[in-house]
Design a protein around this ligand. Structure first.
Ligand SMILES: [Fe+2]
Ligand SMILES: [Fe+2]
Length: 415
């Protein structure tokens, strides 16, 4: 069974007539089973099972206390101390020079009213598909739409914050494991960066929006999987390339949409750091993949990256918002379909792949063997774009709506 089948109206027709609660239980179960079932490569599915169990069935991410995660990675203690990766050392120097302090460089005295339409947290491209909701029989007043947009912004920023906590631990683990001393120095700056990102998102949510959401189950599964995997380069690949690539797309989308000056400034600082993190990821992995892995190990990474990219594409449907607003009047299956088809989500996915695919290509994970899979998924249109080592800060901050539309058109032509 594929996830696409779940989203199609066939499922909605099949569920029709059942009480809404039962419909949603069936849909949720199918979604959970499909996380593993939709993974084409069984090895990747098996390695992800424990995290899927903890995240989707046990709902560990929805608790109030901490979740222990055991990692089996090895610490590499260096005895050479030689300059072993000059490009990485340059990044380290740049990172040290560009440290910032959210306490005094951001104006926390800014008054934020998330319900003020003159200063929107999220701008004109609604992530919530209001028109499609109306077609599905849900009409909202202007005030409700505004409130829902505010809740969605808080949901999105909460997910950024949870992701930052994951990035903090993943970068600490990678700093321990990585074998170049220059990369360890650089990694230390990233640990500081991620700590600061966690601090500023948390502060914004607590003091400005006064609203926070629990971690999304699917995001929890990916973070749990990365933090508990013993292979350092999988942690690296997952966090530095995949999750940070996704985050960078989300940050720049929000940066260009928001009219709220404190958030805009905060995101600008975070984007500058994240661009360095992805750059670091591609440098380290290109070196590692091309020089140190056997072809069997490389194949394993190629499969893993493709499967995780597919999960990231198919699984972020803001179910926490659905539960809060619509679970009593709209089926979960219909919500999934509306979210997956919404123009803003489509555009967002396109921005994400525009960043991700050139990076996967640059680090050597897009071999001819994988091309047919990327082709089928409509992702070959993104091949040849700028990778993280070529992107300037301006590229990342620029309104990428136009770029996204162009890539979207290419993807449609290729499909
Ligand atoms: Fe971060
Ligand atoms: Fe980061």
């Amino acid at each position: 069974m594929t996830h696409q089948k779940i989203e199609r109206p066939a499922l909605e027709r099949m569920l029709q007539g059942m009480p809404l609660k039962m419909q949603n239980t069936v849909t949720k179960t199918l979604e959970n089973i499909s996380l593993v079932a939709e993974i084409r490569d069984p090895k990747v599915g098996v390695s992800m099972l424990p995290s899927a169990y903890r995240g989707l069935w046990q709902k560990k991410g929805k608790g109030d206390d901490g979740v222990p995660m055991k990692s089996g990675h090895a610490v590499h203690f260096d005895l050479n101390y030689g300059s072993d990766f000059p490009e990485m050392y340059d990044l380290y120097r740049r990172a040290v020079a560009n440290q910032w302090d959210g306490e005094w460089q951001l104006d926390w005295n800014t008054q934020v009213d998330p319900m003020n339409p003159e200063v929107p947290i999220l701008g004109s491209t609604p992530f919530i598909p209001f028109d499609s909701l109306e077609t599905a029989g849900i009409s909202l007043t202007a005030k409700e739409k505004q409130e829902l947009t505010f809740h969605f912004s808080a949901w999105m920023l909460s997910q950024f914050m949870h992701g930052e906590q994951g990035a903090l631990y993943a970068s600490a683990q990678c700093t321990e494991s990585v074998k170049w001393v220059d990369a360890k120095l650089y990694g230390a700056t990233q640990v500081m960066d991620e700590g600061r990102h966690l601090e500023v998102f948390l502060r914004y949510l607590e003091t400005k929006l006064e609203r926070m959401y629990k971690v999304n189950d699917n995001l929890f599964v990916i973070i749990d999987d990365l933090l508990t995997d013993s292979r350092w380069d999988i942690k690296f690949l997952g966090m530095q390339i995949m999750v940070e690539g996704l985050a960078l797309g989300a940050f720049s989308t929000m940066y260009n949409q928001t009219g709220e000056p404190l958030l805009k400034n905060l995101l600008r600082y975070v984007i500058q750091d994240e661009a360095r993190h992805v750059h670091y990821g591609v440098l380290a992995l290109r070196e590692h993949f091309t020089k140190y892995l056997s072809s069997a190990e490389l194949r394993e990474r190629e499969d893993w990256a493709f499967e995780v990219a597919m999960l990231m594409r198919n699984r972020f449907f803001a179910h926490e918002i659905y539960e809060e607003w619509f679970s009593h009047k709209l089926s979960r299956a219909t919500w999934n379909r509306l979210m997956s088809e919404s123009p803003a989500m489509t555009k967002f996915r396109s921005i994400m792949f525009q960043r991700l695919v050139p990076n996967l290509q640059y680090i050597g994970l897009l071999s001819p063997r994988m091309e047919s899979y990327y082709e089928k998924a409509g992702l070959m249109a993104y091949v040849g774009g700028k990778n993280a080592s070529q992107l300037s800060e301006q590229d990342l901050l620029r309104d990428n709506d136009k770029l996204a539309e162009k890539a979207l058109e290419q993807a449609r032509d290729a499909a």
